[in-house]
Design a binder for this molecule. Sequence first.
Ligand code: GLN
Length: 330
Amino acid sequence: MLWLLLAAIPLAALAQTATPSGETLERLVKEAHTKFKNEMSGKNADYIPYLASVPSNLFGVVIVTVDGKAYGAGDVDYGFAIESVSKPFTAALVMQESGTDVILKKIGVEPTGMPFNSVIAVELLKNRSVNPLVNAGAMASVSLVKAGSAAEKWDKLLACYSRFAGEKLSLNEEVYKSEAASNDHNKGIAELLKSYDRLYADPLETCDVYTRQCSVNVTAKQLAVMGATLANGGVNPVTKERCLDAKYVPKLLAVMMMAGFYDESGLWAWHTGLPAKTGVGGGIVAIVPGKMAIVGFSPPLDEAGNSVRAGKALYYIANQLDLSLFGSGK
Ligand code: GLN
């Protein structure tokens, strides 16, 4: 009787739920690195002067599984600016402190189809702050973190990111100085949001904390542990510490699927079917729920502000393993 039951389970469905072997993951990160290390298109972000000075040839690819194993190739220990990859982790802190309704009602969850720092999106769209993964919504998220002062808010954010990474993270002072001296556009967005009652703390203080959060240094390996924590239902697979309640994780991943790549989110979903987040420091993290996180890091960006080499490496791995969440396993 048992064999009859087993025979009824389609093999492809079994294949889809199984996590690929360590040898396969090791081989794929190496293949992805070799395949795209000579990809020369894109250029470093230069609207933040520090980012223009980071060597353009840096390139790392890492997978961390939900059982805490890491597989890497290339520059996986180089500390780079997390930039917008910080945004989902700030949203996670807001969810953990205040629940998901606050995100829905006080920020929004719609993709904009516009650049990450678009003022037009704030003017055109009814939600104003739009979603937690663009600059406007990310600053709205910062403004919602509960704290008695901006300094306490920043400490809480850094502690939260460090829990996700399973290691103490720190501010890259040089990035922060460079970014704080060139963030007038973000200050403008913060003031504009405030004028629409969609920012919930002082605009300049909020923009400063947001600038700090973008200037946190991470390695590709640390970022992959942060992502693997989301893949693992909110529990850090290395330290075993719970960083986010499991019930909030699907909501966060849904926003990452819709808006993690800004105005290329549709293209990314088309190619990979995975929630992800990019940053102008050259990092990208993709989440495969229940299995792993895949991280690519390389500074040269395409026009939407997404790392070219990292994106290609992630497309490659996602397709080799058939990881799209929309697959039926048939
Ligand atoms: N700190 C950057 C900014 O506010 C982050 C943008 C990004 O990574 N897309 O412009």
